[in-house]
Unconditional design. Structure first.
Length: 318
């Protein structure tokens, strides 16, 4: 029986590259599309000689023709950290709007299942805690984070419009803070930022008073959840993340302790505008309808992540 083909936009990125690995392992053919503005070809270098893997360097915000049959289109292309989408604000809006439109067009033409990677950022600085999928969010559309938040909210609306008008099979996931190997050390998110600082013997920078909360999901758990949603009958949106909540100060202490230290040296800086004070997913839907919940504890996952960054710092890779 011929192998089915999965097309992954953002396939050289953090999560996208792990999805490439998963689907190759599961016996699919994989086409990774990435323009490499935040992705890294090194993330997929080990797949380069695999006969079932193909890489296309392309900006999905621009039209592209994909020959042959495609059964699943996973749209994961987008800058995803505050540093990225502040520096690449127009590109972020384009990939959320034009990129989603083009990826949906491929899926429609190929009669493929379409999977949208949305984000917990659609909830903004939430007034509901934990956040359920029914919550509409508290977003500043013209604030510094608006380019990312609104691009993803638009992408969700467009995806559901394609389902309604064209009868397409679509899936939407809302991803909460995910971490693990292949994150970029300098991408500005709290996990790589703290690891970078502790590995270089620097004080850890906390924005605000450190009492704001995050929930951290290891990438292997997320990939399992994505796979279950893709092959389910659900449309979504479905929250996926780890409901175990940490303050930023607690997380700083954990990173230092993992490295053999005792207490984090902290530098406090002002909290950026519209930075969420609380972020924790309600994953009832994923638990009850997909049988999914995260398995990797933060204390375990952070060890693996630090080991990855140590290796790549030693090899001179950012």
């Amino acid at each position: 029986m011929p192998k089915k083909t999965v097309l992954i936009t953002g396939g050289a990125g953090f999560i996208g590259s792990h999805l490439c690995d998963r689907f190759i392992k599961e016996g699919f053919k994989v086409i990774a599309v990435d323009n490499l503005i935040t992705g890294n070809k090194g993330n997929i270098a080990h797949l380069a000689k695999n006969k079932d893997f193909r890489f296309i360097k392309h900006d999905i915000s621009k039209p592209i023709r994909i020959p042959g049959q495609v059964h699943y289109v996973l749209h994961f292309a987008s800058p995803a950290s505050p540093i990225d989408y502040l520096q690449l604000s127009i590109q972020t809006m384009k990939v959320g709007a034009l990129g989603t439109h083009n990826a949906l067009g491929i899926a429609k033409a190929k009669k493929a299942v379409f999977f949208l990677a949305s984000t917990s950022e659609v909830y903004g600085d939430p007034l509901e805690h934990p956040q359920k999928e029914t919550y509409w969010g508290h977003v500043n559309p013209i604030g510094p984070r608006g380019v990312y938040d609104e691009a993803k909210r638009f992408a969700e609306a467009l995806t559901l419009a394609y389902k309604k008008v064209h009868g397409m099979d679509v899936k939407i996931i809302r991803i909460f803070n995910t971490y693990g190997p292949r994150m970029r050390l300098k991408d500005g998110r709290v996990v790589p930022a703290f690891i970078d600082q502790v590995l270089h013997g620097k004080p850890l920078t906390i924005f605000g008073d450190g009492r704001q909360t995050r929930s951290f999901c290891y990438v292997d758990d997320l990939v399992e959840g994505i796979t279950r949603l893709l092959f389910s009958k659900l449309t979504g949106p479905v929250n996926m993340g780890n409901p175990r909540e940490f303050t930023i100060r607690q997380f700083a202490d954990l990173v230092v302790k993992t490295q053999g230290g005792h207490k984090a040296r902290i530098v406090f800086k002002p909290l950026p505008k519209d930075d969420p004070k609380q972020r924790r997913p309600d994953i009832t839907q994923a638990r009850t309808k997909l049988g999914w919940e995260p398995k990797v504890r933060l204390e375990e996952g952070i060890v693996k992540t630090i080991a990855y960054f140590k290796e790549h710092i030693n090899n001179g890779r950012k």
